[in-house]
Design a protein. Sequence first.
Length: 405
Amino acid sequence: MMDFVIFWDWLSFAVRWLHVITGIAWIGSSFYFVALDLGLRQRPGMPVGAFGEEWQVHGGGFYHIQKYLVAPAEMPEHLTWFKWESYATWLSGFAMLCVVYYAGADLFLIDPNVLPMSVPTGILLSLATIGVGWVVYDLLCRSPLGKSDTGLMLVLYGVLVFIAWGLTHLFTGRAAFLHLGAITATIMSANVFMVIIPNQKIVVADLIAGRKPDPKYGKIAKQRSLHNNYLTLPVLFLMLSNHYPLAFATEFNWVIASLVFIIGVLIRHYFNTVHARKGNPTWTWLAAAILFVIIIWLSTAPKVLTGEAKASSAAEVYIASADFPAVRDIVLGRCSMCHAQEPVYEGVYQAPKGVVLDTDAAIAKHAREIYLQAGRSHAMPPANVTEISDKERALLVSWFEGAGK
């Protein structure tokens, strides 16, 4: 059993590492081509069918790049396809979803306090949300609404906000953010697999057959590529959010996720505008900063909409605090079955991340982590398996915040 646990932990690491590598390759090529496309310039005397060109210098050499809006007159001898980065990123991400969230569904996917369900039901629901997300998106793009880029983007944002809210009523906060990222990433990869590449293959087939390609295929692919461009930064945040419980495990987590999409769009708008040489919209950074401050407030604000009182502060905390005996009982009763030198929780053979909370000194040393993970957010215990109460969480908050006074 111990050998299997070690193997599974290394498997999780390997899949995660692969996902990071492929993700960097995909995002890097995507960002490069968007910047290249926006920076193209036209000049007299360009080849027939050429839309624009760009001179670049990198690695000690100069590059002369030309773009054909639909296709060149003849099929080039060598043609490089950019698709495997996208496919490998999605496949490795799905593998990580299986290894971490499906194999550990009782801790990371299902929270009985949110929606009681069996593990198979939770996994099926997870797969359904990812699949339905793509279907709804694709139908909207193919509908008459798809003729308006701005209108479509606004409606799609409304759909994403609804999905964010809905996911927080199905899974743990950690899993809700992960699934919102998975749905978005699936849309992006499916755009490549089911729209962009097939359309490009139609164009290539026309060239080989000596036919003039229909420009509509390029236009459709361009719209999907634009969506991928603006969705990239929110996906990165959502995939990294499991490290930040104040984002995924607080009362207004779905609002935070919704605002992250706007921040990502603002930042991409800045770079797209600069790359297109259409100005320097620094206001986007100010707007993004304001939204980020709002996110910080949402993560720490008292539950004013549900009537929860703001936690009070004491004069002294940690071991010398009058609250410490009660805090110690909470931590030993709710946390130490995993965070101990010899964990007793089934399936846990080492204290997660090496955090041991079975002595007074250790509890005081990790006061900040206890405050963030189990006080201000509901990240710990995972899926609240030890049933820590709101009153106990409030005491952890009061205990730690007293240090600031």
